[in-house]
Design a protein around this ligand. Structure first.
Ligand SMILES: NC(=O)c1ccc[n+]([C@@H]2O[C@H](COP(=O)([O-])OP(=O)(O)OC[C@H]3O[C@@H](n4cnc5c(N)ncnc54)[C@H](OP(=O)(O)O)[C@@H]3O)[C@@H](O)[C@H]2O)c1
Ligand code: SF4
Ligand code: SF4
Length: 374
C-alpha cells in the first residue's frame, strides 16, 4: 500500500454518500457531470458503500458504464452490523454491491464502521477471513476498514488483524483534538502500525464548509481569496501517509470548487496551520451538536425521527441565532422529508448504539424540542 502514498499528489477522493438528489432520488445526470469533471482533473478514487442507498447504482450509471474500468479505483464497504443475522446475510452484501455497481471487482474493500459494539459482528460472522478470500480470488484488490471509536480500540483491531492494509478515519481540524472523536490520536495510531489512511468527513459532514461566523472571520482575515471548505480539505490532505481525502460533494459547483484548489494541491504552510489552530480553538467554544448527518441512526430508529435534520436546525439556531431560518430548515429537513418530529422519540436508545459521534441522541433531541419549540 505504501506505493499509493507520495507518488500521487492528487489527494481528493469522491465520496458518494451525499450525492445530489431531486425529490429524494439521486440526480444521476448531475452525478455524471461531477464524475466527468473529477476524472478530467486527474482524480481517480471513488468511495461508496452497500449502506449508502442508491449510491452503488448511481456509480454504475455515472462512472462504471461510461469509463474504462482501469482508469479509476472504487472502494465499497460491508456493514455486518446492519440487519445481518447470519454470516450468509453479511456475505450477501458483497454480491449485492457487485451486482448493483457492475464494477467487476473492487480496488478497496472495507469492513464498514468498526468500533464499539459494531466490531463484534465482523468477528462473529468471520468477515475478516471472508475479506481475505475475496482478495485471494481477485474480487477485491486491497482490504481495510473504516472506524469510529477510541485509539485504544483501534490498536486492538490493528493487532488482531494485520491483514488490514489501510484504515479510513474521520479527520478534520475541528475533531483533531476533540476528546470524543480523537482524530489526531486515531491517526497517529494508524501510522504507528504503518497503515496508510483514507480520510473521511474532512468538513465534518459539511459543518466546516459554512462554519460559524467567528470561525469564517479567522479564515477570511488570513486569506480573503481562499474558499472556506479549502481549509478543511487541505488540512486533511497535508497529513503524511494519506491515500486520499474523501469529500462528499453534493453538486457540480462543490465539485468544481474543490477541484480548483486540490488540482495543484499545496500543503498548509506553518502560518496556515496556525490559522487553522485558531479556528479550532474558536470552534470548540461554540455550543454545536457534533452531528455529521451520516444518518446511520436513521437506519435503526423505529419511529423514523428526523434526527440529523433536527440537529442541523438546532445548530443553525445556535450559530446564527435566527429562529425563523432554523424553523424553515427543520420544516424542510424533517417535515417535508416525511420524518417524525423529535417529540415522537420513545427513548429506545437504538440510535445511540450506532452514532459514530457518540451523541446522546434522545437527550439532545429533548433539548432541540425546547429550543426549536417543536
Ligand atoms: N464509516 C464510514 O465508512 C464513513 C462515514 C462517513 C463518510 N464516509 C465516506 O467519506 C465521504 C466523505 O465524508 P463526508 O461526506 O462526511 O465529507 P465532508 O467533506 O465532511 O462533507 C461533505 C459535505 O460538505 C459540504 N461541501 C463539500 N464541499 C463543499 C463546497 N465546496 N462548498 C460547500 N459545501 C461543501 C456538502 O454539504 P451540503 O451537501 O450540505 O452542501 C457535502 O455534502 C462520504 O461521502 C463517504 O463516502 C464513510
Ligand atoms: S431513542 Fe428516539 S431517536 Fe433514538 S432510535 Fe429510539 S425513538 Fe429513534
Ligand atoms: S446523530 Fe449520529 S448517527 Fe445520526 S446523523 Fe448525526 S452523527 Fe450520524
Amino acid at each position: 500500500m505504501e506505493k499509493y502514498l507520495g507518488e500521487n499528489t492528487r489527494k481528493l477522493g469522491f465520496g458518494l454518500m451525499r450525492l445530489p438528489k431531486e425529490n429524494d432520488v439521486i440526480d444521476v445526470e448531475q452525478v455524471k457531470v461531477m464524475v466527468d469533471r473529477f476524472l478530467e482533473a486527474g482524480f481517480t478514487y471513488f468511495d461508496t458503500a452497500w449502506a449508502y442507498g442508491g449510491s452503488e447504482e448511481a456509480m454504475k450509471e455515472a462512472l462504471i458504464k461510461r469509463y474504462p474500468r482501469d482508469q479509476y479505483t472504487v472502494a465499497t464497504k460491508l456493514a455486518a452490523w446492519i440487519g445481518c443475522k447470519t454470516k450468509e446475510d453479511a456475505m450477501a452484501q458483497f454480491d449485492t454491491s457487485l451486482e448493483r455497481s457492475g464494477a467487476g471487482y473492487f480496488d478497496y474493500y472495507l469492513l464498514h464502521n468498526l468500533g464499539e459494539h459494531r466490531t463484534k459482528f465482523f468477528d462473529d460472522f468471520d468477515m475478516w477471513n471472508f475479506a481475505k478470500e475475496l482478495k485471494a480470488s481477485g474480487k477485491v484488490r486491497h482490504i481495510g476498514f473504516s472506524f469510529h471509536s477510541t485509539p485504544e480500540e483501534l490498536e486492538e483491531i490493528l493487532i488482531a488483524h494485520p491483514e488490514a492494509e489501510f484504515v479510513q478515519l474521520q479527520i478534520n481540524y475541528a475533531d483533531w483534538e476533540d476528546p470524543g472523536i480523537q482524530s489526531r490520536a486515531c491517526y497517529e495510531m494508524a501510522r504507528k502500525y504503518d497503515k496508510p489512511v483514507v480520510i473521511m468527513e474532512p468538513l465534518k459532514g459539511g459543518l466546516l464548509a459554512t462554519p460559524p461566523e467567528a470561525v469564517a472571520k479567522i479564515f477570511k482575515e488570513a486569506n480573503p481569496d481562499a474558499l472556506l471548505p479549502s481549509w478543511g480539505i487541505r488540512f486533511a490532505a497535508s497529513l503524511p501517509g494519506v491515500i486520499t481525502v474523501l469529500s462528499g460533494m453534493s453538486s457540480v459547483q462543490q465539485m468544481e470548487q474543490n477541484l480548483s484548489y486540490m488540482k495543484d494541491f499545496k500543503p498548509l504552510s506553518e502560518e496556515e496551520q496556525a490559522t487553522v489552530a485558531e479556528a479550532r480553538r474558536v470552534m470548540a467554544s461554540l455550543p454545536i451538536i457534533p452531528c455529521t448527518s451520516c444518518n446511520y441512526c436513521a437506519k435503526v430508529c423505529p419511529m423514523n425521527i428526523g434526527i440529523s435534520g433536527t440537529f442541523t436546525a438546532r445548530n443553525v439556531l445556535a450559530i446564527y441565532n435566527n429562529a425563523y431560518v432554523a424553523g424553515r430548515r427543520h420544516s424542510w429537513l424533517v417535515d417535508q422529508h416525511n420524518k417524525a418530529r423529535a417529540t415522537e422519540c420513545i427513548h429506545c436508545y437504538a440510535c445511540v448504539e450506532v452514532c459514530p459521534q457518540h451523541i446522546q441522541i434522545p437527550e439532545r433531541l429533548e433539548e432541540c424540542v425546547e429550543a426549536l419549540k417543536l
